[in-house]
Design a protein around this ligand. Structure first.
Ligand SMILES: O=C(O)CCC(=O)C(=O)O
Length: 297
C-alpha cells in the first residue's frame, strides 16, 4: 500500500467537536473525472437510478414530489471506479482514524438532487436507521465526495453543528422514510444548535458522524447536484439482528491510494452490484424500506 497523509490530531478533534470534518480537494479533479463524465453522459446510470420514495404516499417518481432525491445504492464493492473509490485507502484510513478502530463498508449511495423537482430533505440522523439494523454503538460515519459543487443554491447538505452529541434521537413513525425526530423536540434542537451549510466543491470530501442531525435543501441551481455518500461501520459493531447478513463485518479490500489516479479500475459503474431499489425482496432492501421494521426505540 502507498502511504497516505494521516489526519492530524486537530482534524480528529474538530470531527469529534462538530460532528463533521470537511476536507477540501480530498480527491483530485483527475480522480473524480471518470465518474463526473459518466453521470454527465448518462444521468440515469444505465436506467438504474431510482426516484426514491422519500415523500408522502404515492409521490414516488412524481416530479412534483418536493422531497425527491434520486439515487443508486450498493453494499458490495466491485473493481470499477465506484467500488474502487468505496475501498480507497485514503477514505478507509481517515474513517478508521475518526471512528477509532478499523472500519468496513456498510452501504453507500450516489445521490442526485435533480435541478428540477427536488426539494428539502427533512432533518434526520443516519444512525436512527442503522440502530434499527441492530448496530448497538453509533461508531459509524459517512464520507461524502462531491461530484458536482454542492452549495446553498444546488441543495447542499445542512448540518446542526455538534448535534451528534445529542446521541440517538427516537424515530417516530410517519409517512416519510426519513421521519425520525418529533417536531417539538426538533424545534428545541434547531434553537440550540447552529445550522451550517456543508459547502463543497467538486472533489471535496466530508466525513460526518452517524448521529449528526442533517438535512438538505432544494436544488434551484441550473445543474443536477451529485454527492457520493459512502458509509462505514466499526469492525466490532456489526448488527446483532439475524436478517442483516448484507451488513456483516467484512474486512475492506482496501484499494491502493493511487488506484483512481492510475486508472486501476474497470469502467465506472458496471462492476459494483447496484441494488434494484424496487425489489423489496432483494437482499438489503430494508436499507431503503424501513417501514416494516419493528419499533425498537
Ligand atoms: O443527498 C442528500 O441531499 C441527503 C442524503 C441524506 O441525508 C441521506 O440519504 O441520509
Amino acid at each position: 500500500m502507498s502511504s497516505v497523509q494521516p489526519l492530524s490530531a486537530d482534524q480528529i478533534e474538530a470531527y469529534h467537536r462538530d460532528g463533521y470534518l470537511h476536507l477540501p480537494a480530498f480527491l483530485s479533479p483527475g480522480e473524480v473525472a471518470p465518474a463526473c463524465e459518466a453521470i454527465a453522459r448518462d444521468p440515469s446510470i444505465g436506467g438504474r437510478i431510482e426516484h426514491v420514495h422519500d415523500g408522502v404516499e404515492d409521490t414516488k417518481g412524481d416530479p412534483r414530489n418536493g422531497y425527491r432525491l434520486d439515487y443508486i445504492g450498493w453494499f458490495r464493492e466491485g473493481d470499477d471506479w465506484l467500488g474502487t473509490c468505496t475501498r480507497l485507502q485514503r477514505i478507509a484510513e481517515a474513517a478508521a482514524a475518526l471512528v477509532g478502530e478499523g472500519v468496513y463498508h456498510y452501504h453507500s449511495k450516489l445521490a442526485c438532487k435533480p435541478r428540477i423537482g427536488s426539494g428539502t430533505l427533512i432533518w434526520h440522523q443516519d444512525y436512527g436507521g442503522w440502530y434499527q439494523d441492530g448496530c448497538v454503538r453509533p461508531d459509524m460515519l459517512t464520507c461524502v465526495i462531491a461530484l458536482t459543487d454542492a452549495n446553498e443554491e444546488s441543495g447542499c447538505l445542512r448540518f446542526l453543528k455538534g448535534s451528534h452529541k445529542l446521541g440517538r434521537l427516537d424515530r417516530i413513525p410517519g409517512d416519510h422514510a426519513y421521519a425520525n425526530i418529533h417536531p417539538r423536540r426538533l424545534a428545541g434542537i434547531l434553537d440550540r444548535f447552529e445550522e451550517v451549510p456543508a459547502l463543497m466543491r467538486r472533489g471535496d470530501g466530508l466525513f460526518f458522524h452517524g448521529n449528526l442531525v442533517h438535512s438538505s435543501g432544494p436544488n434551484t441551481a441550473n445543474y443536477d447536484r451529485w454527492l457520493l455518500e459512502l458509509s462505514y461501520n466499526a469492525l466490532s459493531n456489526e448488527p446483532v439482528f439475524d436478517d442483516q447478513s448484507h451488513h456483516a463485518a467484512r474486512p475492506l479490500d482496501v484499494a491502493p491510494d493511487d488506484a483512481l489516479r492510475r486508472g486501476a479500475f474497470e469502467g465506472v459503474f458496471g462492476r459494483t452490484p447496484i441494488q434494484d431499489l424496487s425489489d423489496r425482496a432483494a437482499e438489503g432492501a430494508s436499507i431503503y424500506y424501513r417501514e416494516g421494521f419493528p419499533l425498537l426505540s
